[in-house]
Design a protein around this ligand. Structure first.
Ligand code: HPA
Ligand code: ZN
Length: 331
């Protein structure tokens, strides 16, 4: 229908996609064969269920499947192919700019060298720019359920790769792993010139305190998810005033939370917060950029107008970390 066409044609930017979350059961199967490694059980199950999807119902069960499936990623070529698979789909959906999360510790902790991961991703970034015209940069996430020392060592590993890594983030299991645990790592990252963001996942216990720490103690440039900031008018005022962006993910929310949080997302947007719509782990939640925007736009009671859809996408370009020169070209 005309709404679907409108959204498909809208120029888009994606600021919250995990590259490892772009691993489809099909690609996992190809890589397992190519590398002669056993197909993880999670992928086997995903390929045999009628819906051909992975099985999980909350953040912890999602993460268990996510980490087990990525063991098929071994060589630089695998990381390259994973990123190209996603970037090709993004290009087909008129995504012009991507800032892609990746989780190096999920690979280095099982013996894959850091430069293997980043060189594979980097060659895809360059190829996408050259062949598809998609501008792309990488955001390196620390796994918050691992130690601050491991995060610091990973930051040191990244220093030779500043040409393609624009910033750092924080993801994985949030329970008991507050932003404060990584204060020193994020301070060093700032001094090294990296932009900084953190997941404050919707519906995680204590998340509003985590949002406060991320904003006030760490001084992040963006918040990933962070939707439950609506509970605290003072923090909402702070992100408005400092023009700190929120990267929200409706379909992801609908899978791992109680709800897709459309009401909260639109409330924040209409209050002038820099809210954006993103796809998080599209291969797992089975929704790319267009599907996520459509999920929000289709919800009748939210009464989202086309002008607001344009505004949401404009936010994404505005809060992106591309240089202001290229950002002006997009806007
Ligand atoms: N939340 C936390 N950690 C993650 C996610 C997520 O949605 N995706 C990949 N790592
Ligand atoms: Zn995420």
């Amino acid at each position: 229908d005309s709404l679907t066409t409108f959204i498909a044609h809208l120029p888009k930017a994606e600021l919250h996609v995990h590259l490892e979350g772009c691993l489809t059961p099909q690609l996992a199967q190809t890589l397992a064969q190519r590398n002669n490694v056993p197909l993880p059980n999670s992928v086997k199950q995903a390929s045999t269920t009628s819906s051909s999807g992975f099985a999980f119902h909350d953040l912890s069960s999602f993460l268990a499947v996510y980490y087990s499936a990525m063991t098929v990623l071994q060589t630089a070529a695998d990381f390259h192919d994973l990123a190209m698979d996603y970037l090709t789909k993004a290009h087909e959906q008129n995504v012009l700019h991507c800032e892609l999360f990746f989780d190096p510790q999920a690979h280095t902790s099982r013996g894959v060298p850091f430069p293997t991961v980043v060189s594979g991703y980097r060659s895809a970034v360059l190829q996408a720019q050259r062949e598809l015209g998609v501008s792309t940069s990488l955001i390196m996430c620390f796994l918050r359920d691992m130690s601050a020392e491991f995060a610091m060592a990973t930051l040191m590993d990244a220093l030779p790769f500043k040409d393609c890594i624009i910033g750092v983030g924080l993801d994985s299991d949030e329970r008991g792993n507050p932003p404060r645990k990584f204060a020193e790592v994020f301070e060093r990252a700032r001094k090294e010139g990296f932009m900084r963001t953190m997941h404050c996942d919707v519906d995680q216990v204590g998340s509003i305190e985590h949002i406060r720490q991320a904003l006030e103690e760490i001084g992040v440039d963006r918040l990933d998810h962070g939707t439950n900031i609506v509970e605290d008018a003072r923090l909402v005022e702070m992100v408005r005033e400092k023009r700190i962006g929120l990267t929200c993910c409706p379909i992801s929310n609908s899978v791992v939370c109680s709800d897709f949080k459309g009401k909260e997302i639109m409330q924040l947007f209409r209050q002038g917060a820099r809210v954006t719509i993103n796809s998080d782990d599209p291969a797992y939640f089975r929704g790319y950029a267009n599907e996520n925007v459509l999920r929000l736009a289709r919800e009748e009671e939210l009464k989202v107008t086309r002008k607001e859809l344009v505004g949401l996408m404009k936010n994404a370009f505005e809060i992106s970390w591309i240089s202001s020169w290229s950002r002006d070209a997009f806007l």
